[in-house]
Design a protein around this ligand. Structure first.
Ligand code: DGY
Length: 425
């Protein structure tokens, strides 16, 4: 049963392939998205290693001089998406957005390298990617952790990738909407409104874009100027994992300075993650940096944290928490617990299950030796695909396909899950 599904997944990736990058899906997301691309490279690599490296290289080619890697690269014009380059106005030669996204590139590069059949090609490609990924990690700790706590803050919900999570609700109350220029959303032309963020959230997203634009996209100013500063344990875990993976790669290539810098980032980050731990919830929580308080919402962010090499005891506690959620939920892992009063099973990051999240959690759980959780997550993920196809996300109880359809990174994750099952068989 694996090969026909793998073939269907490859067909979707090929359909969304623009030559040197992939779009997440036609219509809803017609450009290159940062973490979509890096995770998609993993799926592509099973079929074409060279093309997988190109996916990462195209993304990193649009890095800013200060080290930031933008969350969208607008390779070509398409007025089916809002907000486009005319709203961001970042002044880049190829237009880009002005904020970033979860830095999975270091992790993806390591995984591509480890699995590469062509190690000579892999070493060459890594050698040129290494300084760029290193500069991005350095940018994070300089610009998004100016008080050197060891943890970076997001200054816009879009940076998290979890755009409308319940985690942002309180902090979003501080974001005004006065002065927001009139706009017309385009996402609702491609997806059901009940699956997407609300109009009130969009107004705040755009307020923040306008604020940062008025500051000339100067990253030495944006963190402190933003009324939205949230430390997300999932995002930090991804960054820590990428630092740790990049450090190993750098060591292999004899780049000791890069290796030491990234190792230090990862170690400091893991120690600082303890400040986000919540014993009553048995998981990590977000921190509202502006208020100096934990966000009392036990979302999937605190479960993604296992993607980083966190202490074994923490991984075990999180495994228990996931199995507990699994007793009340048909398909793991919901982005918001299904018994939460804020749960909304169709609305983007307020309940639905996402395959990329399942992949990262399963990967971390595997490393922590939590095989029962891994087996359940992989089984649920593949059943979702069989029942509802390669959607952007899924209702965690009914399995209904939500958001965009024929989704690139979902296809890539299916290839990953199935190839892993084959390796273990
Ligand atoms: C969107 O447009 O929905 C994206 O998630 C922002 O990157």
């Amino acid at each position: 049963m694996a090969q026909p599904l793998i073939d269907r997944a490859l067909g979707i990736i090929q359909k969304n392939d623009k030559g040197a990058y992939t779009v997440p899906t036609h219509g809803l997301y017609p450009f290159q998205w940062n973490w979509d691309s890096a995770l998609t490279a993993l799926g592509i690599a099973h079929h074409d290693e060279k093309r997988a490296w190109t996916e990462l290289e195209t993304l990193m080619a649009h890095q800013w001089e200060d080290g930031m890697v933008p969350h969208i690269v607008f390779h070509q014009e398409d007025d089916g998406y809002f907000p486009g380059p005319d709203v961001w106005r970042t002044g880049r030669p190829v237009p880009t957005s002005g904020i970033t996204q979860p830095p999975v590139c270091g992790f993806a590069a390591r995984r591509l390298y480890d699995r590469a059949e062509d190690k000579i090609l892999a070493s060459e490609r890594i050698r040129s990617l290494l300084p760029k990924i290193d500069a991005w990690h350095d940018w994070f700790y300089r610009c998004r952790d100016p008080r050197q706590t060891g943890l970076v803050a997001l200054i816009h919900p879009w940076e998290s990738g979890r755009d409308n999570s319940v985690d942002w609700d309180l902090a979003f109350e501080r974001v005004p909407t006065d002065g927001v220029e009139p706009f017309e959303r385009r996402d609702l032309q491609h997806a059901d409104a009940s699956h997407r963020p609300t109009q009130a959230q969009y107004e705040r997203y755009i307020y923040l874009v306008q604020l940062f634009r008025s500051l000339g996209w100067d990253n030495t100013k944006l963190h402190d100027a933003s009324p939205f500063q949230v430390v997300d344990p999932g995002f930090n875990a991804i960054l820590i994992r990428s630092c740790s993976d990049l450090s190993d790669l750098a060591e292999l290539l004899g780049e000791h300075e890069v290796a030491a810098r990234n190792r230090a980032f990862a170690e400091k980050g893991i120690a600082a993650m303890e400040t986000l731990w919540s014993e009553p919830n048995s998981q990590y929580l977000c921190l509202d940096r502006k208020r100096g308080k934990q966000v009392e919402n036990a979302s999937v962010a605190g479960l993604i944290s296992v993607f980083a090499p966190i202490p074994h005891k923490r991984a075990e506690q999180i495994a228990g928490r996931i199995m507990d959620i699994g007793r009340r939920t048909r398909f793991l892992v919901p982005s918001q617990p299904t018994d939460s009063p804020f749960f909304d099973g169709e609305r983007y990051w307020r309940g639905p299950a996402w395959l990329i999240v399942n992949y990262m959690i399963a990967d971390g759980m595997e490393a922590a030796g939590q095989h029962e959780v891994v087996a359940r997550i992989v089984k649920d993920s593949l059943q979702l695909i069989e029942q509802s196809g390669f959607a952007e996300y899924y209702h965690p109880n009914t399995g209904e396909a939500c958001g965009g359809k024929t989704f690139t990174w979902t296809a890539a994750m299916v290839i990953e899950f199935l190839s892993r099952s084959r390796e273990m068989a």
